[in-house]
Design a protein around this ligand. Structure first.
Ligand code: NAI
Ligand code: MG
Length: 353
């Protein structure tokens, strides 16, 4: 099978880590029967400054018509509004209907309480439909935002969470040392207060997970505020967490803090038959150009993309090579307390692969 992969480095250290993602895919053993073709694509703030579009139409068209998946680095978003600019990854999620944001959070096995969970965030609606307005009243301005929750989106996000739980069950049964829990899906919401919107999310997710094919999957619920508390007190208690957009965004950044560095945490934006792997970190202007960025979040994102393109065996090889580097703990980048350069971390992981 030949997979055609779009490469979108974006800005800052995206340009340092995406080439590493390409190299690890190219280094996969031939025995897997996988070949790759790569297409270099533009997006980001630099692209915006050069062309007036942060996400050129050509990039979207090539991804849609020619690619099986993509790797996206990071973009530098200006902190004050710039006319005409909006985040390309947010636009891509909409244009390609990448409805799930999947974020595995995993600590090194030598940690006292190994963490190995996946946060599955709904990616298309909730407060992020960005339907906001501001109006004047005699007492001053009032601003409002729409929180939209649909049965369709809630059902498909819960379904993919259930599928991920089943896949992890298989990995656990095959002897994974870190997945010691599950299959379990924890539905996160605030339906005690938002009985209609979060209420619909909750009941629809329950219904989707009641499907007989999820018979072996335990389902529990957690109100989002106590979820944050428990996530920090007892992170090892979770397997798969599913949440509406906003809560999922916050929970997944919070969970990333549990494992030491943003440089380790991958994500995938997943739609029907398409996936974009994307490290969770930004463009890190403070370290760019020094050759010290941690490539692991991107390498894991490449593996995660492969998982959702049904190439689980190839993904497992990459995960194992990365884990072996971390477990040995000798060649670590500065964000993990080491002194190793990006290139040498990549070399070590390629050698293990
Ligand atoms: P950041 O994630 O770029 O950096 C936060 C801190 O983590 C920095 O100290 C950085 O050096 C470090 N770090 C991040 N990735 C690392 C890696 N792979 N290896 C070693 N250290 C790493 O977040 P920040 O500084 O808040 O944002 C910088 C820019 O990135 C902004 O323009 C922001 O808008 C953008 N950004 C883009 C995202 C995306 O494209 N999805 C996500 C987050 C931020
Ligand atoms: Mg975020």
């Amino acid at each position: 099978r030949t997979l055609r992969i779009g490469l979108i480095p974006g800005d800052g250290i995206g340009k340092e880590v995406i080439p590493a993602g390409r190299r690890i895919l190219e280094a996969l053993p031939a025995s897997l029967g996988l070949k790759f073709e790569f297409v270099d694509l533009k997006a980001g703030f630099e692209t915006f400054e050069q062309t007036g579009a942060a996400l050129p139409d050509e990039t979207v068209a090539i991804l849609k018509n020619e690619c099986d998946g993509a790797l996206f680095g990071a973009v530098s978003s200006p902190s004050t509004a710039v006319k005409g600019y909006s985040s390309p990854i947010v636009a891509l999620r909409k244009k390609l209907d990448l409805y799930a944001n999947v974020r595995p959070v995993k600590s090194v096995l030598t940690a006292a309480n190994p963490i190995d969970m996946v946060i599955v965030r709904e990616n298309t609606e909730d407060l992020y439909v960005k339907e906001e307005k501001t109006y004047d009243t005699p007492e001053g301005k009032v601003a409002e935002a729409i929180k939209r929750i649909s049965q369709r989106a809630s059902s498909r996000i819960a379904t993919i969470a259930g599928e991920i739980a089943l896949r992890r069950q298989k990995i656990r049964e095959a002897g994974s040392p870190s997945i010691h829990k599950g299959p379990l899906v924890t539905i996160t919401h605030k339906s005690n207060v938002l009985s209609q919107t979060d209420g619909l999310f909750r009941s629809t997710a329950r219904e989707a997970l009641a499907n007989p094919r999820f018979k072996s999957v335990a389902v529990e619920e957690q109100i989002v505020d106590s979820m944050v508390y428990k996530l920090f007190r007892q992170p090892e208690a979770y397997d798969v967490i599913v949440a509406p957009n906003l809560y999922g965004d916050i929970l997944s950044d919070g969970a990333a803090a549990l494992v030491g560095s943003l440089g380790l945490v991958p994500s995938a934006n997943v739609g029907e038959g398409f996936a974009i792997g994307e490290p969770c970190h930004g463009s890190a202007p403070d370290i760019m150009g020094q050759g010290i960025s941690n490539p692991i979040a991107t390498l894991r994102s490449a593996a995660l993309m492969l998982e959702f393109l049904n190439e689980e065996a190839a993904a497992a090889k990459i995960y194992a090579a990365v884990d072996a580097n971390l477990e040995e703990g000798k060649l670590l980048s500065p964000d993990l307390g080491g002194t190793t350069k990006t290139e040498d971390v990549v070399q070590d992981i390629l050698r293990r692969l």
